[in-house]
Every structure is written in structure tokens, then in C-alpha cells.
Design a protein. Structure first.
Length: 171
């Protein structure tokens, strides 16, 4: 039903999923999203961004790391930052994606990173810092806007480190 062109059919399919859907349906929903146009695509986007079921974080990460979705990762991350889910334990992965992507992809990653609530362990923060330092230590053939975006991500990680340091004193 989600792959149909008729708006009402797609809407009905979404209603059924909202009632009886499972996290295991996520790949099929996302695949339908990528094939849809205009209004139907918007309906599926809203559905994908609203899923809060147990296990959804893991399902999203599995999809992001799935090679069959590699070309669509930026679009997937756009959905993720609209979910308001907390991907704190995936900080290093999102930093690595931001480095890999262009400016817009890095911006999408930044929005997910900014929503991370923690707690962060020192290992995560150090790994993220190392990735960024390696990136900044190499010559760039990329736009200044991407570099600026990665600097914003670096500042966010420093803020997370400040939060970790403050937590040490709160105990």
C-alpha cells in the first residue's frame, strides 16, 4: 500500500502500520519512502520521523550501516534529526559520517549530534576528537563551509567534554 501512487491508499497503509506495525517494517517503509513522490513522500517522512518503538535506534543504525542504503544516508540522517531520538552512543559514527559527507551531509550530522543528550564516556569523546584532528591535519580540497561545519561539530564535542568534566565534580 505504501508503494502505491494513490494518496488515500498510502494514507490507509500508514494507518495500518501505526496500529500494527513493527520495528522490523522499517526497511520496507524506508524503501517505499525513497520511491514515492510529493505528498505521499511527505506522509511517509512524517511516519518515519514519528516512530518511537523499542529497538528503533538499533534499527536505524542497522539501516545507516547497510551498504544498500549507502547512497541515501544523508536523506536518512535528515529523517533521524526530525525523530528527536538520542543517538548519543553513536557519536563517533556520526562524526565519521560528517567528515565523509559534503557540507549538507555534515550539517545533517551536526543536527543529530546537537540533539545528543549523553552521557558520553571519555573514550567516545577522545575518538571523536581524534577523527576531527586527523581531518584538520590533512590538506583540504573541500569548501570552507564544510570545514566550518566540522569546526561547529568540534565545538559541540568540546561542550560535551565540558559536561563530562562538570559531572566529575558533581559526584
Amino acid at each position: 500500500m505504501l508503494a502505491m501512487e494513490d494518496y488515500e491508499t498510502v494514507k490507509k497503509g500508514i494507518e495500518i502500520l501505526q496500529e500494527k506495525g513493527k520495528v522490523s517494517d522499517l526497511k520496507q517503509i524506508l524503501s517505499a519512502y525513497f520511491t514515492q513522490k510529493t505528498e505521499n513522500k511527505k506522509l511517509l517522512y512524517e511516519l518515519l520521523a514519528s516512530i518511537k518503538a523499542k529497538g528503533i535506534l538499533e534499527a536505524w543504525m542497522e539501516i545507516l550501516k547497510d551498504s544498500s542504503f549507502k547512497e541515501k544516508r544523508k536523506e536518512i540522517i535528515n529523517i533521524l534529526w526530525n525523530t528527536s531520538l538520542d543517538f548519543s552512543d553513536q557519536l563517533v559514527y556520526f562524526v565519521s559520517l560528517a567528515i565523509e559527507f559534503d557540507y549538507m551531509g555534515a550539517l545533517e550530522c551536526l543536527t543529530v549530534i546537537e540533539q545528543m543528550e549523553g552521557p558520553f564516556n571519555e573514550q567516545q569523546l577522545l575518538e571523536a576528537e581524534v577523527l576531527l584532528k586527523e581531518y584538520f591535519g590533512k590538506p583540504k580540497d573541500e569548501s570552507n563551509t564544510k570545514v566550518e561545519m566540522l569546526l561547529l561539530i568540534h565545538h559541540q564535542i568540546q561542550a560535551f567534554q565540558g559536561d563530562v568534566d562538570e559531572d566529575l565534580f558533581d559526584q
